[in-house]
Structure formats: structure tokens, C-alpha cells
Design a protein around this ligand. Structure first.
Ligand code: NAD
Length: 331
């Protein structure tokens, strides 16, 4: 690939950092500016090997700071902007809705506005090859007992986090409708892999299992999630960025659904075999359910597989083993 310049936001977080590693390995001649506010969810250590890499520039800052974002678009002639930055934990969103709205909605809008100012040539005409990819989530569709959502399904988010993500998606889509702005949206299912914040299900279960502490599971633990290995999602995002059709939304999932109970038991089993044979399912304790807890998300991924030929490569068993091996070494 030619020497593209990327603005990656939220690149010290779980998926963003894995994406940076993935594309630097795949495209050795690219340049990356990583704009991240370094919230509690950031882990600079995960990218420490890039400190002396001339292809990588880190900027500490807030995506909702329009002046800062404008300056970056002026200084660097970005080809792509991929927006991973977000407040991403549902539980925190109930406690701090204004922060979620600021980052996820205003932050996305400020990036869109700066990108439009930098990339627009004349009415509905943009510089060649520019692309803005918004990283969204399956949660915007809301919960579904059976069946699957496709990209035309109505949005019906049921918590503050997913509502702010849905709002951002609508604004991105409006930039396409109103200005012809070159944007795309990905909506993926739950990711897992190295470097995920310990507030999320898999690392949290692992941490507690290792310490033989109670593993708290919401409700009865029968909620269903579809899990995709983070590098499979990175491959899909890259494909959408390179070859997706402008203005389009792409669902990304592995269609490998598991209950939270199943996932917790797999982790306990791993810890029992590899770390401490006293670890057992007795550690699981069920706690009061999260208010408005979505039961299941189901994504129809025919569009990304049909149009772009995307297929996830990593099975849940292999991906979980890799992930837990990483936490064993690094947590
Ligand atoms: N993790 C998942 O399973 C999953 C699934 C679907 C979609 N997503 C979406 O993918 C994206 C990345 O998720 P993640 O799990 O890596 O999140 P994360 O919480 O691990 O990381 C978010 C990163 O964004 C940064 N950030 C937060 N506010 C910022 C701001 N105002 N300005 C600049 N940087 C800021 C944080 O410092 C952090 O490094 C999010 O948009 C999320 O909605 C995540």
C-alpha cells in the first residue's frame, strides 16, 4: 500500500491499540497519529515498542476539542481517520451520562467537522481517497431474543452507552447524506483478546479466578454474546476502510454465540488447569442484574462476507486460549 497517513483515535485502548499493531505490521510504510486522552481505559505499555518508531506519533488530547483536532488535520494530511475513542463501559454510562455524551457524540462530531473542513474541495466534492471510519457496536440495535439484525434494522439502544453510540452513528450517516462526506461505519459484536480493560467480562473473570475471588455474574448468567477475536475485528475494519462502499454500514461478528455462564466456566477451567487447581465453578456468584441488561445481540453479517469477502479466522476456543495465555503473562 502507498504511504497513507492515519489518524487513529483511542489508540491506547483495547481495540485501537491492537489495530495499530495490526496495520503497522501489514503496511510497513504507513504513518500513524494516535490521539488519545489517556483515560483510565488507556494502556500506554501495550504500545511501548512504538516509542522509537518514526512511523508512530502519539498526541495526548480529547477528540471533543475541536481546535486541537483541527490543528492535527492541518498539520498532517490524513488519508484516513478511524475513530475508536469512546467511553465504552455500560456500567459507567449509567453513572456518568454527560461524559458519555461528550466523548461519544460531541467527540465524534468534532472529528467529523474537522475532517470535513480539511477534506472538502467544493459542494459534495472531497479530496480523492479520504475516508472516515466510525467504530460502532452491535449494541445500537438493542436486544433480540432470536434472529439477527442486518444493517437496515432500526436502532433501538437500551442503555446510555449504546444510545450515545447510536447518536454518533446517526450523525456520521448525516454527514454522508448532507455533505456527501466519505464515511463508513462498522458495528461489531463483543471483542476479546489481549489488552482489554479489567472491567470487561473476560479479563475480570480471569483476574478473580486467578486470585480465587468470587466471580460476579449479572442475573442468571444466561445472557448471550457473540464473541470475535480482536484481530479478526481489526482485519474486518481494515477491509472496510480499504474497500467498503462510502456511506455504508458493515456488521462484523463471528456468529459464535456463548452465554456469560459458558464463558466464565471456560475461564475457570483454564485457570484450574494452568494456574491453580483449587479454582472451581463454586467461585461464580450471581448478583443483581444490570438495569435494562440486553439479553442477546445477533448480527447478520451477509453484507461484509458477500461484498468484501470477510470471514473471521480465529475460533472461540483458540482465541480464548491465546487471550488467557496473554493475561497469564501480562496481567
Ligand atoms: N470492546 C468491545 O467489545 C467493542 C465492541 C463493539 C464496539 N466497540 C467500540 O470500539 C471502540 C473501542 O473500544 P475499546 O473496547 O477499545 O474501548 P476502550 O475503553 O478499551 O478504549 C477507549 C480508548 O479511548 C480513549 N478515549 C476515551 N475518551 C477519549 C476522548 N475524549 N478523546 C480521546 N481519547 C479518548 C481512552 O483513553 C481509551 O484509550 C469503541 O468506540 C467501542 O464503542 C467495542
Amino acid at each position: 500500500m502507498e504511504n497513507k497517513t492515519y489518524l487513529i483515535t483511542g489508540g491506547l485502548g483495547f481495540i485501537g491499540a491492537n489495530f495499530i499493531k495490526y496495520i503497522l505490521e501489514k503496511y510497513p510504510n504507513i504513518k500513524i497519529v494516535n490521539l488519545d486522552l489517556c483515560t483510565y481505559a488507556a494502556n500506554p505499555k501495550y504500545l511501548k515498542e512504538l516509542k522509537s518508531d518514526s512511523r508512530y506519533i502519539f498526541v495526548k488530547g480529547d477528540i471533543s476539542n475541536l481546535n486541537l483536532v483541527r490543528k492535527l488535520f492541518k498539520k498532517f494530511d490524513f488519508d484516513y481517520c478511524i475513530n475508536f475513542a469512546a467511553e465504552s463501559h455500560v456500567d459507567n454510562s449509567a453513572a456518568n451520562p454527560a461524559l458519555f455524551t461528550k466523548t461519544n457524540v460531541l467527540g465524534t462530531t468534532s472529528l467529523l467537522q474537522a475532517a470535513r473542513e480539511a477534506w472538502e474541495i467544493s459542494e459534495r466534492k472531497f479530496k480523492q481517497g479520504k475516508r472516515f471510519v466510525q467504530i460502532s457496536t452491535d449494541e445500537v440495535y438493542g436486544s433480540i431474543q432470536r434472529g439477527f439484525f442486518n444493517e437496515n434494522s432500526p436502532l433501538s439502544p437500551k442503555n446510555i452507552y449504546s444510545s450515545t453510540k447510536a447518536a454518533a452513528d446517526l450523525i456520521v450517516k448525516s454527514f454522508f447524506d448532507v455533505y456527501g462526506f466519505p464515511c463508513l461505519i462498522t458495528r461489531s459484536c463483543n471483542n476479546y483478546g489481549p489488552n482489554q480493560n479489567q472491567e470487561k467480562l473476560i479479563p475480570r473473570c480471569f483476574k478473580n479466578a486467578k486470585k480465587l475471588k468470587p466471580i460476579e455474574i449479572y442475573g442468571d448468567g444466561n445472557q448471550i454474546r457473540d464473541w470475535i477475536y480482536v484481530l479478526d475485528n481489526c482485519a474486518a475494519i481494515d477491509l472496510v476502510c480499504q474497500s467498503g462502499k462510502l456511506g455504508e454500514i458493515y456488521n462484523i461478528a463471528s456468529n459464535d454465540e456463548k452465554t456469560n455462564n459458558f464463558v466464565a466456566k471456560k475461564i475457570i477451567n483454564y485457570v484450574n488447569k494452568n494456574i491453580n487447581n483449587k479454582c472451581s465453578e463454586n467461585l461464580i456468584c450471581y448478583v443483581k442484574d444490570r438495569p435494562s441488561h440486553d439479553f442477546r445481540y445477533g448480527l447478520d453479517c451477509a453484507k461484509i462476507s458477500g461484498e468484501l469477502g470477510f470471514k473471521p479466522k480465529v475460533s472461540f476456543d483458540d482465541g480464548l486460549e491465546k487471550t488467557l495465555n496473554w493475561y497469564k503473562e501480562n496481567m
